[in-house]
Design a protein around this ligand. Sequence first.
Ligand SMILES: O=C(O)CCC(=O)C(=O)O
Length: 164
Amino acid sequence: MAVVSRAERFDRDGFDILIDKAPGTATPTPWHQDIAYWIDLPDRRAASCWLALDDATVENGCMWFVPGSHRLPMRPHRPAGTGGGALECDGSEAEAVPVPLAAGSCTFHHGGTMHYSRGNSTAGHRRALIVNFRAQAMVELERARGFDHGKDAPGRENRNPLTR
Ligand SMILES: O=C(O)CCC(=O)C(=O)O
């Protein structure tokens, strides 16, 4: 996959994410494309590895992807109703495919791929480790411009301009 083989590893300490959808949490991850989180940069290539730490099922919030969406223009994004600096765009399960995974399995998705996950309606956890890849030069350029995804958290000053 060209993006992964040519891109350098994104900030291991600052931006890999562990998401735990706790039992009985009805909160979906809203529809979005990861590139919506990047500020304007000359090289927007990005890819993510989504590693299931528990079996991921439709019921506990496995990922849904919209096939081919990375080849289309990015959809308009807005601050998500879920808050916390998250972004969302219009999308629906009707155009997507769910991707249940056994624990220990992973998917890779392009930065432009539309994705989302349901809430967790089961009694177990749905945990996943998400490792992000972008060209190192772009990460450095972004930081030189005063923006750092590793610090982009609620309550911090250095936040995504779209969600300020
Ligand atoms: O794990 C989830 O439910 C969402 C993950 C996600 O949005 C991502 O990997 O970009």
